[in-house]
Write a protein that binds this ligand. Structure first.
Ligand SMILES: CC(C)[C@H](C(=O)O)[C@@H](O)C(=O)O
Ligand code: SF4
Length: 774
């Protein structure tokens, strides 16, 4: 349990502090990870890395795996196995590779035959795997969702997935604290999705860069857990590392009876809730930035452009470039209007919709489906709507909805009732938009091409998307249903009987504390151990001189750096041809206007980006892999999105922040003139072709050390083995509920993990007593 410190701390400060395994003088911290969620897209290369280095998964009991991004959402009535069911080759390979990996590493897996399968951010909370005060990671940017429980939850790249699998820790630094307080009350028809879209409109997609947002105020306190999850989910769209909400009675109520939460009423539950209750910011705690909003000012909000910050009340009109002062925003606006096929001044309510998608990790929970059902009940979707889909977030959400008759309401009105998965949120499966189709979507990203090449996405709440389906145009829910359709009902309980493990006896704890410390550094050892194995290393980075390609864009998202269709690979290499795919090719032919298709820039080693927030959006490490495979090892920009920034270092690449506009323009001028630029990491300087210094730059000491020496993080972390073990032993004593229980149970008689124990009555259909699919 944390010791009280005199300086007032924020919720984030507390949770971060409680997880420090080691802190270096320069502020680099090794933090312990309590919960690791894994899915098929960002894990194959990580498991391959483990295999190559003969490493094991350190804590299978803290790891939960599912399949969600690639899978078809068509009926699974005849489902036998993923290999036969998934028709598309690359998707099938990615899913079957995951299935091999969970078998090889002994992990708990909810596959397509298990009704607990679903979008990774829906199943974690649903199972009680996500708990207050924990650190939660996943190779997925929307891991921020879990912060609704007062967890410190954030997305990581594939190299970090491998790091967590091998060591159960991460190397990171403290983030800044940002507070967003929403007081007052929300008007009828306004939901947490409207609130978060409104917030992103206020702070911008880079507004939370480098920070963890704490959402607070009376509006937030009044939200259900599901509504809170929708908000924290989209903190990443506001550029934040994570979003957090202090746990309270609503949180505890949600957790009661969840299979992996401490058993309600037990001594462990009482101990847990008393710790959880301490997880709130102290009075007088300092924030680096603060935003105060009044709930009454928020009305149903919708996106008009191609960035989540392009939002407007449904009562508004399509904006034009003159509505923005900032030059970057003016030019983004022109591009967005063209892409979206919209004319400034058009009332949003006049915009005709082709498809409706209700789903995703933002809004595919039972309350979301109830809200949408309330709107469509007894009505038919408009005749111009080509397709309207409901994709529940998990098999259990689907089952719950069916038990309430929601499926019938939806199908009667013309919606398709699908199986759980990410679906048209990013269209890695067959659910995509055709070019120029316009979609009312409850998802979280409206980037170009996100839901299908040239597809047009408008983000909104489930109630608003349902209203659009009925009206056939973007529409104001308040004009079509009387009262607030969402707030109210509590979250449903999953029907899985919790399997509760009695707390560990003193004897058992002694054994944990006493198990032999392995003091040998694991790097370069060939013996597979819980975290041991061979260190792989990276090519060192000292100085890089070469052609630099100029790119005059702001908020370049990772969907633009590499679109979803190229995420289906199980390798890290060969992605260079897919780099900036939509910008580089038109109808599969090179676009001569794009810089990387022009003369010397084909051999660029450096990318100079003049707009801020490069690499925002998804956590896909495929973005740096594609840049590297193309030949670009260094990106210079005024600012970067956090996850992308991290991911580059893990691949021996250097992202350089140059915030001085004059210096940045000077570098861009060198690039435009086709002259070489030199990035000297040793001296932390950028020079022109003649070796004249243009500017100095900052880089964190530890990261520089790793780059210059080509050091592999995992090898380094494994040298901390005894500290990690000490942390784990203390964690077992202080927060015993975090060691695997129920089907995640771990053998406490040493470091050996046992196969996950079966949980009866959880499978779909007639498959009994085989809960883990493998
Ligand atoms: C595939 C994954 C890396 C990605 C993410 O990190 O967000 C995806 O979930 C997305 O929404 O784009
Ligand atoms: S944002 Fe979409 S694709 Fe990404 S995890 Fe959520 S549902 Fe899946």
């Amino acid at each position: 349990m944390p010791s009280a410190e005199s300086k007032p701390r924020t919720l984030y400060d507390k949770v971060f502090q409680d997880h420090i395994v080691n802190e270096q003088d320069d502020g680099t911290c090794l933090i312990y990870i309590d919960r690791h969620l894994v899915h098929e897209v960002t894990s194959p290369q990580a498991f391959e890395g483990l295999k190559n280095a003969s490493r094991k998964v350190r804590r299978p009991d803290c790891t939960l795996v599912t399949v969600d991004h690639n899978i078809p959402t068509s009926s699974r009535k005849s489902f036998k196995n993923a290999a036969d069911f998934i028709k598309e080759n690359d998707s099938r390979l990615q899913c079957t590779t995951l299935e091999e990996n969970v078998k090889d590493f002994g992990l708990t897996y909810f596959g397509m035959g298990d009704k607990r399968q679903g979008i990774v951010h829906i199943i974690g909370p649903e199972q009680g795997f996500t708990l207050p005060g924990t650190t939660v990671v996943c190779g997925d940017s929307h891991t921020s969702t879990h912060g609704a429980f007062g967890a410190l939850a954030f997305g990581i790249g594939t190299s970090e997935v491998e790091h967590v699998l091998a060591t159960q820790t991460l190397i990171t630094r403290r983030s800044k604290n940002m507070r967003i307080q929403v007081d007052g009350e929300l008007p009828a028809g306004v939901t947490s999705k409207d609130v978060v879209l409104h917030i992103i409109g206020v702070i911008g997609t880079a507004g939370g860069n480098g920070a963890v947002i704490e959402f607070c105020g009376s509006v937030i306190r009044g939200l259900s857990m599901e509504a809170r999850m929708s908000m924290c989910n989209m903190s990443i769209e506001g550029g934040a590392r994570a979003g957090m909400i202090a746990p309270d009675e609503i949180t505890f109520e949600y957790l009661k009876g969840r299979p992996l939460a401490p058993k309600y009423g037990s001594a462990e539950w009482n101990k847990a809730t008393s710790y959880w209750s301490s997880l709130k910011s102290d009075a007088g705690a300092k924030y680096d930035s603060e935003v105060f909003l009044d709930g009454k000012d928020i009305i149903p909000t919708i996106s008009w452009g191609t960035s989540p910050q392009d939002v407007i009340p449904i009562t508004g009109v399509v904006p034009g470039p003159d509505d923005f002062e900032d030059e970057n925003r003016k030019s983004s606006c022109i591009r967005a209007l063209e892409y979206m096929g919209l004319v400034p001044g058009t009332p949003m309510k006049d915009v005709v919709v082709d498809k409706v998608f209700i789903g995703s990790c933002t809004n595919a929970r039972i309350e979301d489906l109830r809200a949408a059902a309330k709107v469509v009940k007894g009505r038919k979707i408009a005749s111009n709507i080509k397709r309207a889909m409901i994709v529940p977030g998990s098999g259990l959400v689907k089952e719950q909805a069916e038990s309430e008759g929601l499926d019938k309401i939806f199908t009667d009105s013309g919606f398709e009732w699908r199986e759980a998965g990410c679906s048209m949120c990013l269209g890695m499966n067959p659910d995509i938009l055709s070019p120029k189709e316009r979609c009312a979507s409850t998802s979280n990203r409206n980037f170009e091409g996100r839901q299908g090449a040239q597809g047009r996405t408008h983000l909104m709440s489930p109630a608003m998307a349902a209203t659009a389906a009925i009206v056939g145009k973007l529409a104001d829910v308040r004009e079509h249903v009387v009262a607030s359709p969402v707030l109210g009902k509590a979250s449903p309980k999953v029907d899985v009987q919790p399997v509760f493990e009695s707390p560990a006896t003193e004897d058992e704890l002694d054994r944990v504390l006493d198990y032999p410390a392995d003091n040998e550094p694991h790097a370069n050892s060939s013996a597979p151990a819980s975290g041991g194995g061979k260190s792989t290393g990276l090519p060192p980075f000292t100085t890089l001189k070469g052609i630099a390609a100029p790119l005059d864009r702001a908020n370049v998202d990772t969907d633009a750096i590499i679109p979803k269709q190229f995420l289906k690979t199980i390798k890290r290499t060969g992605l260079g041809t897919a780099l900036f795919y939509e910008l580089r090719y038109t109808d599969d032919k090179e676009n001569p206007d794009f810089v990387l298709n022009q003369g010397i820039y084909r051999d660029s080693k450096i990318l100079v980006v003049t707009g801020p927030n490069f690499g925002c959006g998804s956590s896909r490490e495929h973005a740096p892999w594609a840049l590297l495979d193309f030949g670009i090892k260094c990106i210079i920009a005024p600012s970067f999105a956090d996850i992308f920034f991290n991911n580059t270092f893990k691949n021996g690449m250097l992202p350089v922040v140059v915030s001085d506009e004059v210096a940045l323009q000077q570098i861009a001028d060198e690039a435009r003139a086709g002259r070489e630029v030199e990035v000297d990491l040793i001296n932390q300087e950028i020079k022109d072709a003649q070796g004249n210094k243009i500017t100095a730059f900052e880089v964190e000491e530890f990261r520089k050390h790793c780059l210059v020496n080509g050091l592999d993080d995992i090898g380094l972390t494994l040298q901390m083995e005894s500290k990690i073990r000490t942390f784990e032993s203390k964690r077992t004593l202080d927060t015993p509920w975090l060691d695997g229980s129920a089907y995640l149970r771990r053998d406490r008689r040493g470091a050996t993990m046992v196969e996950a124990a079966p949980v009866p009555k959880t499978n779909r259909g007639d498959v009994k007593n085989e809960p883990l699919e493998w």
